[in-house]
Design a protein. Structure first.
Length: 164
């Protein structure tokens, strides 16, 4: 079996650490903003109007706000023969192995697999989805000090993700 495309998780965390978390503010209803839909290549996200889309190499979509960042990665089934036959759980295991994250615990909430990674002062939540022609992961990242406050919000946003 060919080696799978390795998702740039650590690169993404480095990108987040270097750019959008200089000064963090604790989000409340005024800073989180009003619901806003963002559409990408085969995916629809429900975030807020406090986010703006920015271009970043190596990712399929990148959204930033004052309190967190969201990264979307899409991995087409054509990456390798039989790739689309993997279950979502098998795909998550493949991502873990490819990125040497075998000690990271995968959890499920309402059927959505996810895990968290902490590096420096950033905590990232990775949620996984299977579409009709690709797998997706959506990463929500924030300052560790704000993570417990944002965790439920990230989960609500993760529930609202739609993939084709």
């Amino acid at each position: 079996m060919k080696k799978l495309f390795v998702l740039p998780i650590l690169l993404t965390l480095s990108l987040l650490l270097s750019g959008c978390f200089g000064v963090m503010m604790l989000p409340d209803s005024d800073t989180i903003g009003e619901s806003k839909t963002f559409e990408g290549d085969g995916i629809t996200l429900l975030l807020t109007d406090r986010f703006k889309e920015e271009k970043q190499d190596g990712v399929d979509a990148y959204y930033v706000s004052d309190f967190c960042a969201v990264v979307v990665m899409k991995e087409k089934f054509t990456v390798q023969e039989g790739f689309g036959d993997l279950t979502l759980d098998e795909y998550v295991q493949t991502v873990q192995k490819s990125n040497k994250l075998t000690n990271v615990e995968v959890k499920k909430q309402d059927g959505i697999p996810y895990y968290t990674i902490e590096e420096g002062d950033t905590r990232a939540y990775f949620y996984f989805y299977k579409g009709s022609d690709a797998f997706y992961f959506v990463q929500f990242a924030c300052n560790v000090n704000n993570a417990s406050m944002l965790e439920d919000t990230f989960y609500l946003w993760a529930q609202a993700v739609e993939v084709e």
